[in-house]
Design a protein around this ligand. Structure first.
Ligand SMILES: [Zn+2]
Length: 422
């Protein structure tokens, strides 16, 4: 369907609020046993509401989807009976597509098994072994409905296009076959493709799973509610970008993202570390682990890393400097340069820095611009017209004064022209 993870969450939230689907933020794929009795009715209602299900025999085997042990807080997302009284055509297109997908998944999940006969043959020719496999469908089962649903999709996802299974003729053991022709084909294996929104989400879900205890409740990176937001954040800060390749949208690391990964210690890059942290947070939530112990462990790790870490060669080249010199450092006289979050002294041991997101400026709805920083560094003070007052809701003019006492944070003061400081 080509929705981003965030769009999917948004559409789903809206469907939930319209009481057309059940609770959205779950990663369970199962239903609970108390739902078994009402399920056949729901399945019928769902089938009737979905145009693609028209004329397809519907069956319902609740046993295939009910498993109390695989549902923690919320069961799998399914349609509600509310879809009976809703004109689906009146829904926005995105929500309608998503609802159809959820409906199709439910109908397939409780449908009859798809049965096929598979033949596998091994042959020998000129001392080499060859293998062939063939499939013959005996009973189409849930795949019939799945096929009908897929026909309604405009863009069929690539991975879904099933390879055509060849059927094999009847063969007997020990049978001799005639060689009709032989040729050698040369090929190359292709590297794994880039992640799409979809494949990345499931990779996040299972990241580090191999190293976690079997019964760990939370494996992987993030939760169903947060994974989409994590992706959006990576894109927003510029570490990942969306690129459309043919029909699929790929998520590709940017130059900055690659540079960051190059210099980060392996330990911090590893998804299994984050997965392990998520697991421990869950344990803290349940009262099985002390938060202090968890924090101490992280602090020890960071200490060790910063002590033993070797500087990556040519790391500077990975982060090209586009740093604007805005003035002279009041503490050491070194150059002060602009970085993303503020203006810092280029002399690392100095520590002078003024931050763009400081409460002093945001509360007055003012921005610490390079011009303002420059004036403050030059004269120690600068005019600040149009300051917003949180108390009165009005604006006023003032003068901002750099009041640096050499501490960790640089302070600012306000003065009023012709009046006293406040
Ligand atoms: Zn300095």
């Amino acid at each position: 369907m080509g929705f981003t993870a965030q769009q999917t969450l948004d559409y789903l939230q809206s469907l939930y609020e319209k009481k057309l689907t059940t609770y959205p933020r779950t990663d369970s794929r199962y239903l609970t046993s108390d739902m078994a009795d009402s399920l056949p009715v729901l399945v019928n209602v769902t089938a009737k509401a979905m145009p693609f299900a028209a004329g397809v025999p519907i069956s319902c085997d609740p046993g295939q989807v009910i498993n109390d042990s695989k549902v923690s807080d919320h069961h799998a997302i399914i349609p509600t009976k509310g879809i009976r009284d809703t004109d689906l055509a009146s829904l926005p297109a995105g929500e309608r597509s998503l609802l159809s997908l959820i409906a199709a998944r439910l109908l397939c999940a409780v449908g009859q098994p798809h049965a096929f006969a598979e033949t596998s043959v091994s042959m020998e020719c000129a001392g080499y072994k060859f293998k062939a496999k063939g499939r013959a469908v005996l009973h189409s089962g849930w795949k019939e409905l799945d096929g009908r649903y897929r026909e309604t999709l405009k863009n069929k996802p690539e991975a879904d296009r099933e390879k055509e299974e060849k059927s094999l003729p009847l063969l007997e053991e020990g049978q001799e076959l005639e060689v009709i022709s032989a040729s050698v084909k040369e090929g190359k294996t292709s590297p794994p493709g880039h992640f799409t929104e979809d494949t990345l989400l499931s990779a996040m879900e299972t990241a580090g799973a191999g190293e976690m205890p079997e019964d760990a409740e939370r494996k992987g990176l993030g939760t169903p509610a947060t994974r989409a937001g994590i992706l959006e954040k990576l894109i927003k800060v510029g570490f990942v970008e969306r690129k459309k390749v043919k029909k699929a949208v790929h998520l590709i690391p940017t130059q900055e993202g690659t540079a960051l990964i190059t210099i980060l210690p392996e330990q911090i890059q590893s998804p299994s570390m984050t997965a392990e942290w998520e697991h421990q947070l869950k344990e803290i939530e349940k009262g099985k682990t002390e938060p202090e112990a968890f924090l101490a462990q992280i602090a020890a790790m960071l200490k060790e890393l910063s002590r033993s870490r070797e500087v990556v060669e040519n790391a500077d080249a990975l982060f090209p400097a586009s740093r604007e010199n805005v003035g002279k450092c009041p503490r050491c006289g070194g150059p002060v340069v602009e970085i993303k979050k503020g203006f810092v002294c280029d002399n690392r041991s100095c520590g002078f820095a003024i931050w763009k997101e400081s409460r002093f400026f945001t509360a007055k709805k003012k921005k610490l611009t390079p011009e303002l920083a420059s004036a403050l560094l030059k004269d120690g003070r600068a005019k600040l017209p149009g300051c917003y007052s949180e108390k009165t809701g009005k604006t006023y003019d003032a003068v901002v004064v750099l009041a640096d006492d050499g501490g960790q944070y640089v302070n600012f003061k306000l003065e009023f022209e012709g009046g006293k400081g406040k």
